[in-house]
Design a protein around this ligand. Structure first.
Ligand SMILES: NC(=O)c1ccc[n+]([C@@H]2O[C@H](COP(=O)([O-])OP(=O)(O)OC[C@H]3O[C@@H](n4cnc5c(N)ncnc54)[C@H](OP(=O)(O)O)[C@@H]3O)[C@@H](O)[C@H]2O)c1
Length: 324
């Protein structure tokens, strides 16, 4: 079948190991479902995979992609939950030490078909297009858990979103606004700051700029480049939720003194549970809130999307369609 996969790793030239070609048909073990992919979306995770982060050499070739929406064997429209937990695991799948994301141990979604445990399919409402639904399982689910589960934010609270252009960051801005929060965003790029305002930020500031007031929580996916500013932007007792380190994990100053003196809470967050994905789908269906799609490409043109993400030239999600 048609597939977009990683054949080798390169830290400096990740696209050199990306192949658009053919891979064997997947076989669904007992209790697994075969989903015919209609749309899939790109995440930074796919670039990390091509750099050899989180993916083992012996797993190659590996079909990339965590996110998909499509049809199950009975023709139902479904969204795929990307977190595959051990069959013996019960409870929050993100806490299972044996969990993996699609495209780490099991073949990913950039293909005609993908197989997943049956509990990993969530019904897709008709109101969401396949392209919109394909944005949800990684970036949007991560944003949902960061804000409402790990961040514990509620209507009326204030939040700072760092690095406004990213897939997770745009999801954070849109979801935070839908949830009744006061939303600040930062970006290095003036055009991206303008777009951040259009999608729901109340104020958009240059990276590192002082906020007009301290916030209840900061959503951090950038890492080293923004960490210090994130800590300095919190009110006493505030919360920083961290789910990514795009600019690097090693910070120059961890700001430990501020963390203890202001009694800040530093909380990690990763992906989300199947139930959170179902809640996110319901939230979008009920409110009309929709993922921001930067561009939709035919899946055969996937390398164009990877290149745009590698260059930081995206605002919102890059979607690969099987229908375009
Ligand atoms: N833990 C999880 O479950 C999980 C799930 C999804 C993603 N992630 C992680 O979250 C991060 C974001 O993912 P994504 O898919 O949203 O990636 P992305 O679309 O590539 O977002 C990257 C954003 O980071 C900002 N950025 C990059 N380098 C920067 C720098 N030097 N200084 C300031 N800002 C910088 C940029 O903001 P501006 O250009 O606007 O300044 C850019 O918009 C990745 O590291 C990813 O691995 C984690």
């Amino acid at each position: 079948m048609f597939a977009v996969y990683a054949d080798s790793f390169s830290a400096d030239d990740p696209l050199s190991g990306l192949v658009v070609g053919e891979r064997p048909e997947p076989e669904a073990p007992d209790g697994w479902a075969t989903v015919t992919v209609r749309a899939a979306s790109l995440n930074h995770h796919d670039l990390w995979s091509l750099r050899g982060v989180g993916l083992k050499e012996e797993s190659l070739p590996m079909i990339l992609g965590c996110d998909a929406a499509g049809h199950d064997e009975d023709g139902n429209e479904v969204v795929v939950h990307a977190v595959v937990s051990d069959p013996s695991w019960a409870g929050d799948e993100t806490l299972d030490p044996k969990r993996s994301l699609l495209s780490e141990r099991h073949q990913g979604t950039f293909a005609e078909r993908v197989v997943v445990p049956r509990r990993n399919v969530v019904p897709k409402p008709e109101s969401l297009s396949f392209e919109e639904a394909a944005c949800l399982p990684t970036a949007w689910l991560t944003a949902y858990r960061m804000l409402f589960t790990q961040g514990g934010l509620k209507a009326g609270d204030s939040v700072l979103v760092q690095g406004a252009g990213g897939g997770v960051a745009t999801a954070l801005i849109i979801l935070a606004r839908a949830g009744g929060l006061r939303v600040f965003a930062t970006s290095r790029d003036e055009a991206k700051r303008a777009r951040a305002l259009e999608i729901g930020a109340h104020e958009a500031l240059e990276s590192g700029a002082r906020l007009p007031s301290k916030v209840d929580a900061v959503m951090e996916t950038v890492g080293r480049a923004t960490w210090s500013h994130s800590i300095r932007s919190l009110r006493p007792g505030g919360t920083i939720v961290v789910s990514g380190t795009t600019s690097g994990p090693n910070v120059d100053d961890a700001e430990l003194t501020r963390i203890f003196f202001l009694q800040l809470r530093v909380i990690g967050s990763t992906m989300g549970t199947r139930d959170e994905l179902a809640s996110l789908v319901t939230l979008l269906d009920a409110t009309g809130t929709r993922p921001l799609i930067d561009r939709t490409l035919d899946m055969s043109k996937a390398p164009e999307g990877f290149a745009a993400m590698a260059e930081g030239d995206v605002f919102g999600k890059v979607v690969f369609s099987r229908d375009a």
